[in-house]
Design a protein around this ligand. Structure first.
Ligand SMILES: Cc1cc2nc3c(=O)[nH]c(=O)nc-3n(C[C@H](O)[C@H](O)[C@H](O)COP(=O)(O)OP(=O)(O)OC[C@H]3O[C@@H](n4cnc5c(N)ncnc54)[C@H](O)[C@@H]3O)c2cc1C
Length: 464
């Protein structure tokens, strides 16, 4: 017997931070709506980032920068003050800084998101229910959307929102698999790190924030052997400091359009700051507010230029490391235990013991081999949905309900998040938010991006 179809006003597909914040914002609006959040994990509000169990896996921004409430920048600081006051996160007492300057563990941030959801639920006439499962197929007609879950259950919504988040390369089955993930240790599998011989060499591919998490876990697990990190440019994330404010030079000058003009001007501003003894992070932090506008008005060619020439620099300067993790990486580097080299991964070599990989060092033609006891894939996020071997992205592509976004980064949508189908038609029923819109805004993943988008999309959905 087939189960009856459940109906809702809004189906939110994915209950990480994006889906949960959208639910919070919908709950806060007047009216009475039924909202179903489809999420395979046991808890809402955590997703990939805030399911972290390692205390050393912290936010990469301090509390004052990570509010989920676009109308109250102090929201996380206030919550954290109460949480610590009630005996939560006792280790924070070891850091002699104000609460607003603490970098909370991501697992604790997940509790904060959950509490904001619980409060919004308690005060709303609308309802939110967590339906546990993975959405595997979606059909859309003029009046509604129909989602099929992996257990066969079907949900109908007036609207559906893709809040499916990030597809970290290390955890995402690829349509064309290189076998890397089968051979590698999951960068967030804290338990697996304890099984690595503490003195044996570990190889890590990728040198961004996922690598930093992996190094923190290795250290915590008692690993004391060499760590060899390889990434195309060999750049480490800079440490996040608390720079003073700086003039909003991009807000004042709208003539800057091309990525190269932007890069030149940012560098000039950084030099001016440094000449005055001010941290270069001060001018750089003003760019954030303009990056969506600059990206969306850039031509396809300029976007390509940015990705090719500026992206590595942007990633290491903008996506900065929390201070305690950065200190650890710097110490291991100084001690010679951690080495970072600019090299491209070229494949695995079958080996009976440990793991051997093929690499091409930057500026060299020859491919060399390196062996270690274990390999960690920290190569970042898979943004190209055509390569993500999960049922929903593949079905959406097959049905022509989505098309790849600019440069195949996520999916295409209009400025409100309404998804574009394969013919370029703007959907009246299907929306997206957060990381799937990377190609539309360049930065569409961080806590603040997600919080702002959730508020705007909730308002849009209640006005159609
Ligand atoms: C390890 C890590 C650390 C990060 N740290 C920071 C940080 O410190 N600061 C910051 O600003 N940002 C950080 N980010 C960025 C982070 O992605 C965002 O802050 C935010 O968590 C994005 O939330 P999301 O819900 O869009 O994505 P996700 O957290 O990826 O959640 C998406 C959810 O959708 C679910 N899902 C996917 N497909 C389906 C489906 N077909 N059906 C049902 N459910 C589905 C998944 O199970 C998942 O729970 C980090 C990201 C990662 C991966």
């Amino acid at each position: 017997m087939t189960e009856s179809i459940r109906n809702a006003d809004v189906l939110i597909i994915g209950g990480g931070l994006s889906g949960t914040m959208l639910a919070v914002q919908l709950l806060r609006l007047p009216g009475k709506r039924q909202i179903l959040v489809v999420e395979p994990r046991a808890e809402l509000g955590r997703g990939e980032a805030y399911s972290a169990v390692e205390l050393g896996h912290t936010l990469n921004g301090n509390a004052a920068r990570m509010s989920v409430d676009p109308d109250n920048a102090d929201d996380l600081t206030q919550w954290l003050t109460d949480y610590i006051g009630a005996g939560g996160w006792p280790e924070s007492g070891q850091q002699a800084v104000p609460i607003s300057e603490l970098f909370p563990p991501r697992g604790i941030f997940g509790l904060y998101a959950q509490q904001r959801l619980a409060e919004a639920k308690a005060q709303s006439a609308s309802s939110v229910e967590h339906v546990r499962g993975e959405g595997v197929d979606l059909q859309v007609d003029e009046a509604s959307t129909l989602l099929t879950l992996d257990n066969g259950q079907q949900l109908r919504g007036r609207f559906a929102v893709l809040a499916t988040g990030m597809f970290p390369a290390a955890r995402t089955p690829q349509t064309e698999s290189s076998g890397l993930n089968a051979a590698a240790v999951d960068p967030w599998d804290v338990q697996a790190m304890t099984l690595i011989d503490p003195q044996a060499p570990v190889l890590i591919i990728g040198s961004g924030l996922t690598m930093v998490d992996a190094v923190v876990s290795l250290e915590q697990a008692g690993h004391r052997g060499p760590i060899e990190v390889f990434s195309r440019h060999g750049l480490l994330p800079h440490v996040r400091r608390q720079p003073p404010s700086w003039v909003d030079f991009l807000g004042e000058d709208h003539r800057l359009r091309s990525p190269l003009q932007l890069l030149r001007e940012v560098r000039r501003q950084c030099r001016i700051a440094q000449a005055q003894g001010i941290d270069w992070q001060a001018p750089l932090d003003t760019v954030r507010a303009h990056i969506g506008r600059l990206w969306s008005q850039a031509s396809e060619r300029e976007k390509r230029q940015f990705v090719r020439h500026v992206r590595p620099w942007w990633e290491s300067h903008h996506h900065r490391s929390p201070p305690l993790s950065a200190q650890l990486v710097a110490r291991l580097h100084e001690e010679g235990r951690l080495r970072i080299r600019a090299a491209s991964y070229k494949g695995l070599v079958p080996s009976v013991e440990g793991v051997t990989i093929r690499l091409r060092h930057r500026g060299e033609q020859a491919v060399t081999q390196v062996s270690g006891a274990a390999l960690i894939n920290s190569s970042g996020i898979e943004y190209d949905w055509r390569r993500v071997a999960r049922p929903l992205p593949q079905q959406l592509l097959k049905r022509g309900l989505i098309q790849p976004g600019p440069l195949a980064l996520g999916i295409a949508a209009d400025a409100s998040g309404a998804v574009l189908d394969a013919q370029g038609q703007v959907s009246q029923r299907l929306f997206a938010m957060g990381p799937p819109l990377r190609g539309m805004w360049w930065e569409s993943t961080a806590v603040t991006d997600v919080a702002i988008q959730a508020k705007a999309l909730a308002s849009k959905l209640t006005q159609i």
